[in-house]
Design a binder for this molecule. Structure first.
Ligand code: FES
Length: 166
């Protein structure tokens, strides 16, 4: 995943759960669909990797779109389907700190304590944030007002964000 997204800048492959559950990181490895977040670069050595950028483009017929009674192709459909649309996470800025999110490996669990000490002692780490460090409502307004930026006392799905390491 890191080599694909950060080193090769093939950002059509997305990272969401980092736990092998969501499928946004899927690539073809020797023709088989695999979840790239579950493979190290060493595991992929000598394998043929194909990302969404390498699969090809869709041939959408925009000219013959009848706007009355017919489906309308979304303006960004082609870019989303081919992995060429850039999201904020896909834009690399050399002078910015990088953040890695620690996500829940559990479907539903209580957070009793987050020990930051090992991460804070690691070389290059600027800070470690948990839900306790978030001021205000700690809620992302996505589908509803129910997604904490970083979970405080409970995780509710595999991939729920627990801590941010910068
Ligand atoms: S990021 Fe790999 S399955 Fe979700």
């Amino acid at each position: 995943m890191k080599v694909i997204r950060e080193d090769l800048r093939l950002t059509g492959t997305k990272e969401a759960c980092s736990a092998g559950h969501c499928g946004t990181c899927a690539v073809l490895m020797d023709g088989e669909v695999v979840l790239s977040c579950k493979y190290s670069a060493a595991d992929a050595q000598d394998k043929q990797i194909t990302t969404i950028e390498g699969i090809g483009t869709l041939d959408l017929d925009f000219k013959n779109n009848n706007l009355i009674g017919a489906p309308i192709v979304r303006r960004d459909a082609l870019e989303k389907a081919t992995g060429t649309l850039l999201y904020a996470d896909d834009i690399a800025l050399a002078t910015c700190a990088h953040i890695k999110i620690l996500r829940s490996p559990h479907h539903h669990a209580r957070i009793r304590f987050v020990d930051k000490s090992a991460a804070l002692a690691a070389e290059g780490v600027i800070d470690v944030l948990t839900g306790e460090d978030i001021k205000g409502t700690n809620i992302l307004k996505m589908a509803g007002d129910d997604q904490p930026l970083l979970c405080r006392d409970k995780v509710r799905f595999i991939g729920d964000p627990v801590a941010a390491v910068a």
